[in-house]
Design a protein around this ligand. Structure first.
Ligand code: G4P
Length: 320
């Protein structure tokens, strides 16, 4: 699909440098994820940069996610060594404060004025980091907004006398390894709206929803049997039901797509999760295989180039 190639910026030097510089003095790394797409909203580079530091995964926007799937993702993360996970709504103080004892449990050797706890918080744009920091500090410290990509400077926030939270500057973009992840990120609002086609994203969303959540579509758009529709027919039915029509009573598909994406983001379809741990593991494997194939192709082209420019002899020829 075109989304990955068009969109992934690839230049995360500032973020990478900032994390590398900070990580030496960090006891726990918090990664904020979107509970509706935990796998896709993670950044694989973060694991490389943070090594074996204990990790706390915060599944934010749990109010918008399917609770059964959230429980499955929590179990998935908690089964990983040195990792704990919590689900929360970043604007609810009581839920957010739970990250303090969770960090203390992950780094029991830290605490007290002599060895204060130092925690790094990371997350892709729009995952709710500013909201969470605002809730923690009970003030409008960080700017929130629905457009992906508002850059910030490093902040150190004192949450207790012996508990410091570091917020990385720069932006931690997700790495789209498979098409499905790209579509899910676009549906969630993590990707700027000029980088994708709403219609394409809506069709992918419908493909997942009609299989996993047909009742949600039926209820919201007054449809009979959502699973029996093709994605295209569903999008048309949504447009018709919501009055997104142009001359000749034809459905404006772009408008219908915008309505569906808006409804999904606002939680108007009910609590939904777009990937299970098992599904994401499959996508990841497919993505890694694709990466490996791409690498093989690149290596073959490079070898051919070297042979043609006589930097190395052709295999099977004897050099004199
Ligand atoms: P960021 O710093 O990681 O980029 O994200 P930010 O806090 O700006 O949050 C992005 C959007 O997600 C905001 O909505 C915010 O209100 C919403 N959000 C954050 N946490 C939660 C949560 O736990 N549940 C729900 N339902 N929404 C959450 P917005 O529409 O862009 O702004 P606003 O309407 O809140 O002003």
């Amino acid at each position: 699909m075109s989304l990955a190639i068009q969109w992934f910026p690839g230049h995360m030097h500032l973020t990478k440098k900032a994390i590398q510089a900070r990580i030496k003095s960090i006891d726990v790394v918090i990664e904020l994820l979107d509970a509706r797409l935990p796998g896709s909203s993670a950044n694989p580079m973060l694991a490389e940069l943070t090594g074996d530091r204990p990790g706390l995964k915060l599944l934010n926007k749990q109010d918008l996610a399917n609770p059964t799937q959230t429980a499955a993702w929590l179990a998935h993360y908690c089964s990983q060594p040195g990792t704990h996970a919590l689900a929360l709504d970043a604007s609810v103080a009581a839920q957010v404060r739970a990250l303090l004892p969770a960090c203390r449990a992950l780094a029991p050797g830290r605490g007290g004025m002599a060895k204060p706890m130092r925690v790094l918080i990371c997350g892709i744009p729009n995952v709710g980091k500013s909201t969470l920091i605002n809730t923690l500090t009970a003030r409008r410290a960080a700017k929130t907004g629905d457009e992906a990509g508002i850059t910030k400077l490093e902040q150190c926030i004192t949450l207790a006398d012996d508990f410091y939270l570091y917020d990385t500057p720069g932006l931690l973009w997700p790495r789209i390894i498979v098409a499905k992840s790209g579509y899910n990120l676009a549906a969630s609002g993590a990707i700027g709206r000029n980088a994708f086609s709403e219609e394409e994203v809506a069709l992918e969303l419908l493909d997942y929803l009609k299989t996993h959540y047909p009742q949600a579509l039926q209820l919201r758009y007054k449809l009979a049997d959502a699973a029996a529709f093709t994605e295209e027919a569903l999008l048309e039915a949504i447009g018709r039901q919501r009055g997104a029509l142009q001359s000749g009573q034809r459905v404006q598909l772009q408008k219908a797509a915008e309505i569906l994406i808006h409804d999904f983001r606002a939680g108007a379809l009910g609590p939904l999760t777009l990937e299970t741990p098992a599904e994401f593991a499959q996508w990841l494997l497919a993505g890694q295989q694709l990466d490996a194939q791409r690498q093989l192709k690149k290596d073959a082209i490079e070898l051919d180039r070297k042979i043609r420019f006589k930097q190395i002899p052709r295999p099977g020829t004897v050099s004199q």
